[in-house]
Design a protein around this ligand. Structure first.
Ligand SMILES: CC(C)(COP(=O)(O)OP(=O)(O)OC[C@H]1O[C@@H](n2cnc3c(N)ncnc32)[C@H](O)[C@@H]1OP(=O)(O)O)[C@@H](O)C(=O)NCCC(=O)NCCS
Length: 250
């Protein structure tokens, strides 16, 4: 069968259109004029931001917010607060990719770490780790973070992504399997390997667009947060003035 020559461009145009509509929608919702955006599982798009060192306090807060059992699933052992903080402080933002999904108040509700392994003379590979706050599970965040990481890895000429999960971690294994990974179970531990196709124009342009969309969404949330913080300060001052008037009238 002949390949549709417009297929790659169609995908790009769809992403672009969806992103433009989304920016408008998120602007109104972040300013409180619309209901919050739908999640991916409800048919919406999820903005995923590449994180920088300046996000470290938020990353720490997110990881410390995981329960003991979640830490066990995420790190393979029940990491205490000190170990969690050591992990966060050791993140290599210049080498790896770290992604976050933010709430309207700019809290990190879900994050992923793609640890990139490059060695001279060897094919590059990467390890994927992820965590979603318990209240936000089942919305597709884990799966979306994985596809975002796959897109980046592909564009970085990484040939394989690896996931280490505990065999009891049905959700993580489901995400890996659904994306075509080979899943190998060894008792209580499971390893998943996903070979990546070569990058192409579509994968590169799509990454640029989704990145720009996520950055715009983030800066709208920042502006909205500043706006609401300002309003609550004004309200605080008004209440202070009113209380002062009452006191001086007594
Ligand atoms: C694993 C984790 C990241 C998944 O995040 P999530 O946002 O809830 O995942 P998603 O909503 O994308 O759902 C993933 C899939 O699991 C499925 N799922 C949900 N509950 C499930 C269950 N109890 N058993 C099997 N599959 C389940 C979902 O239906 C979905 O599959 P679908 O797309 O075919 O419907 C999250 O549970 C988590 O943070 N766990 C603690 C840390 C961890 O385990 N990290 C992974 C180790 S690196």
């Amino acid at each position: 069968m002949r390949e549709n020559p417009y297929y790659g461009r169609m995908k790009f145009v769809q992403v672009l259109t969806q992103a433009a509509l989304k920016v408008r929608g998120s602007m109104l919702s972040d300013l409180g004029f619309l209901k919050p955006l739908k999640t991916e599982s409800e048919g919406g798009v999820i903005p995923i931001c590449p994180l920088k060192a300046s996000h470290l306090p938020g990353i720490k807060r997110h990881l410390l917010g995981l329960s003991e059992h979640d830490r066990y699933l995420r790190f393979g052992y029940t990491a205490n607060d000190e170990q969690v903080l050591r992990y966060a402080s050791g993140l290599k933002f210049d080498r790896d990719e770290i992604y976050g999904i933010f709430t309207r108040k700019l809290h990190i509700v879900a994050m992923a770490h793609l640890a990139i392994m490059k060695a001279p003379g060897r094919k590059s590979s990467a390890e994927f780790g992820v965590s979603v706050q318990a209240y936000a599970r089942g919305r597709g965040y884990g799966a979306r973070l994985f596809t975002r990481a796959v897109m980046h890895a592909r564009n970085e000429k990484i040939y394989e992504i690896y996931i280490h999960a505990l065999s009891e971690n049905a959700r993580m294994i489901r995400i890996a399997r659904k994306n075509g990974a080979t899943v190998v179970r060894d008792g209580s531990e499971t390893e998943a390997f996903l070979s990546l196709p070569k990058r192409d124009l579509d994968s590169r342009v799509t990454e640029l667009v989704v990145d720009q969309f996520a950055k715009t969404n983030y800066s709208i949330k920042e502006d909205a947060k500043r706006f609401w913080d300002f309003l609550s300060k004004v309200e605080e001052i008004r209440q202070g003035v009113r209380a002062g008037r009452h006191q001086s009238a007594e």
